[in-house]
Design a binder for this molecule. Structure first.
Ligand code: IPD
Ligand code: CA
Length: 342
């Protein structure tokens, strides 16, 4: 059953609400960050209380949560429940508390749903590395149609709503430039990937599979048994949401990642798709060289994004993106992220 029909006027109103909510939540994040570095400002002595960030471990020593994650999620949840009581709400921290150890698919297509990560890049936040943000998505029939990402320490606000364009700071349309994919892609591409939270030291595990894939993408052409992709650069920001935003922007050409949950990607997917990017599965389908490019499955935990492209002689924009996706699949190993309880 599909969701209740939401009119275009209602969607405009929900979009405006989501953008304001992203700005307000971003301000909260920034206040919390500032409360830590202000004690080291020029008029404070070095003997002041050290501004360390307390955190609690969740699934592992690298899966952490701070009071800020909790506070910002509570703020967003209250605002959404007050304004749209009939909508469904999924937030990382609420969900983490309610459903361990099983994690069934989160998004049921029948109700308009908000999917929220109050703080994506929590490790960055605890280290005051500026790549952290709040990420808010609104879904209709299970598909992200609104995305708002606010990275307050960077002064960057990414917004998109289906049919209304994707934007940086509400004035710069995304992508910033729309160039064809390089003829020799992934050569000439910036490749974004994440180390993730699965750090099991097993040669058959995801960590090793990722590292081998990273090396394949980075190695010189002709190396690695012909798999050397010799990308221009490899980047790991520590925020899946921002990775997608920078792919929508055109700054990253390729983003490849496994292990993310819905809140890590929903807003980024809305922004990327509205900008004209392609999103599919990180794992190569059977017959990957010729198979149709699979639609992204929110909840699959496996994602490959290709930036918005432009046409070139003899190739449409979409053909260039698909060619690049296949060249990635040629080089990466399949990842194994199961979903407990699904
Ligand atoms: C994590 C980050 C990281 C990605 C993980 C996410 P969190 O989110 O986005 O880059 O690799 O899969 O869980 O914990 O910082 O919200
Ligand atoms: Ca988070």
């Amino acid at each position: 059953m599909a969701s209740k029909i939401i009119t275009e006027a209602e969607l405009d109103e929900i979009y405006a609400f989501a953008v304001q909510l992203g700005k307000d939540a971003g301000n909260l994040l920034m206040e919390a960050a500032r409360s830590r570095f202000s004690s080291n400002s020029h008029n404070a002595s070095h003997d002041d209380e050290p501004a360390t960030q307390e955190f609690t471990e969740k699934d592992s020593a690298v899966d952490i949560v701070t009071q800020t994650d909790e506070d910002v999620e509570a703020f967003i949840k209250t605002a959404i429940n007050t304004r749209y009581p009939s909508h469904h709400f999924i937030g990382e921290e609420t969900y983490a508390k309610s459903s361990q150890p099983t994690r069934p698919y989160l998004v049921t297509p029948t109700t308009p749903t908000w999917v929220v990560d109050p703080l994506d890049g929590t490790v960055n936040y605890t280290h005051l590395f500026p790549m952290f943000c709040v990420s808010i998505a609104f879904l209709i029939d299970g598909a992200p149609v609104i995305g708002v990402i606010c990275a307050p320490m960077l002064g960057q606000l990414f917004t998109a709503c289906k049919g209304r364009g994707a934007w940086l700071n509400e004035t710069q349309r995304l992508p910033m430039v729309r160039q064809p994919m390089p003829k020799n892609a992934p050569g000439g591409c910036v490749f974004s990937c994440e180390w993730g939270k699965d750090r099991k030291d097993k040669p058959e595990g995801n960590l090793y599979r990722k590292v081998e894939s990273f090396v394949n993408m980075a190695a010189e052409v002709g190396g690695r048994g012909g798999k050397g992709g010799m990308v221009h650069g490899v980047r790991s920001l520590g925020s899946a949401t921002l990775d997608l935003a920078y792919t929508a922007m055109g700054s990253f050409d390729i983003w490849w990642e496994g292990g993310c949950w819905e809140w890590d990607v929903a807003a980024g997917i809305a922004i990327l798709q509205e900008a004209g990017g392609l999103i599919t599965s990180a794992n190569p389908p059977e017959e990957w060289a010729t198979a149709e490019i699979p639609e992204v499955k929110l909840g699959s935990r496996l994602y490959l994004a290709i930036r918005p492209s432009g046409p070139s002689e003899g190739e449409t924009a979409r053909q260039g993106q698909e060619r690049t996706a296949r060249e990635v699949w040629r080089r990466v190993l399949a990842l194994d992220y199961t979903r407990p309880g699904a």
